[in-house]
Design a protein around this ligand. Structure first.
Ligand code: ADP
Ligand code: MG
Length: 384
């Protein structure tokens, strides 16, 4: 792990004032429900992005990332922020831009970023970065914004400045997660409930490395299908929809709209059933629910690919009812999540390394992660 004090001194020849640190995440169940005003069930990971900071007396922001040693970013907070030439630096600008838009009196800052969140692996390194930067600004300017408010700022940064229409899940779990716990989030009210994960299970995230293509247009089409299915039932979103209502209105929607809505309705129900299963440490029930979620994502929402189906099949074949696996995240490739008994992790690793390349001509990346805390803040004792 990077020594942030040393790294900061190296770049800025001065001591940092504090370190904001925010984690990546994985969603256990509740997929494609967020933009339907529904429910999701993610956990924060012990992979984290740290942002060391110091306030300046002028309007200049200087940003270094240990993950991108070749390029740095610099901008002024006096003018309205626009994207710059440094691709990753735009995530930092995006967060400053939201504070600017909300008319906070910003000042110049020095920032050093270091992260062990794998990027582009479906673990939301972008949300970790946004939440950590928002946490750093909050602390440096003594703004007392809550973790939930910082999450909303992070989401707005990604939506507006980065033009990526994600829901609130990634930033909210990154800001408010609790070690050892999964968090059930109501995506409409943002209310959260925490339940511990059984201690006998390891959490694995397995990236298929399947090349994702045309994902945005397919995602937008799914969103439209859901909206139109809700409209056909006379609802503003699928949140309140039920299976009987869906059957009753089946004739007034397309076959695609019907199946997309059926996924969302059944997936929301699975989130609550999963909470009960977790509460009772009922791994058998967890296994059935994650399997049903995957099948629904495959047949009704049509966002899985043979590579992610194949990875889930390897897990199911080895673990049976003793573990649970399904695709997670945006789909069309990406990652699967697996809850695996500790004593099977080695065997599962071996089988995936052997069988997955044989079947699909691809190598998978396997990450084992403990469930960590959300946003944390450390203030350097000599900074006042
Ligand atoms: P993910 O699924 O990991 O969120 P994204 O494409 O949404 O994938 O975000 C990854 C991008 O976020 C990177 O390309 C980079 O621009 C930025 N990013 C993430 N972590 C860091 C970091 N530690 N330092 C600099 N930029 C980062
Ligand atoms: Mg992202």
């Amino acid at each position: 792990m990077t020594d942030m004090y040393q790294a900061f001194r190296q770049h800025f020849q001065s001591d940092l004032q504090g370190i904001a640190s925010a984690p990546g995440r994985v969603n256990l169940i509740g997929e494609f429900t967020d933009f339907n005003g529904g429910f999701v069930y993610p956990a924060a990971l012990q992979f984290r992005t740290q942002v060391a900071f110091r306030l300046r007396n002028d309007d200049q922001v200087f940003v270094y990332s240990q993950n991108y040693p070749q390029e740095s970013d610099q901008f002024s907070v006096q003018n309205q922020l626009a994207p710059g030439p440094c691709q990753w630096g735009n995530y930092v600008r995006a967060v400053f831009a939201v504070f600017q838009q909300r008319e906070y009196a910003l000042k110049g800052m020095e920032l050093v970023i270091a992260s062990d969140v794998p990027q582009g692996a479906g673990l939301s390194s972008s949300a970790a970065l946004e939440v950590a930067v928002a946490g750093a600004i909050n602390a440096a300017l003594s703004l007392t914004l809550s973790p939930q408010q910082l999450a909303v700022i992070g989401q707005q940064a990604e939506n507006d400045f980065m033009d990526c229409q994600c829901g609130i899940m990634d930033q909210l779990v990154s800001a408010t997660g609790q070690a050892g716990h999964a968090v059930l989030i109501d995506c409409e009210s943002l209310e959260r409930r925490f339940t511990p994960i059984p201690k006998c299970l390891s959490l694995l995230i397995i990236n298929s490395n399947y090349p994702r293509k045309l994902v945005d247009s397919a995602y937008n089409q799914r969103r439209r299908d859901c909206e139109q299915a809700a409209a056909a039932m006379g609802l503003s979103s699928l949140r309140e929809a039920t299976l009987p209502m869906l059957e009753q209105c089946r004739a007034s929607m397309t076959a695609d709209q019907y199946r997309r809505a059926r996924h969302v309705i059944t997936e929301n129900a699975r989130v609550f059933a999963f909470e009960e299963a977790l509460g009772a440490s009922d791994i058998n029930a967890m296994s059935n629910l994650m399997r049903a979620s995957h099948q629904s994502l495959k047949h009704d929402f049509e966002v899985t690919v043979p590579a992610t189906d194949g990875l889930v099949a390897i897990c199911d074949d080895l673990l049976g009812q003793a573990g649970a696996a399904r695709m997670t995240g945006g789909g069309f490739g990406g990652a699967i999540v697996c809850l695996c008994p500790h004593d099977r992790v080695e065997t599962l690793n071996r089988r995936i390394k052997r069988e997955y390349p044989q079947q699909f001509g691809l190598e998978a990346d396997i990450y084992q992660a403990d469930i960590g805390d959300g946003l944390t803040l450390k203030i350097h004792p000599c900074s006042h």
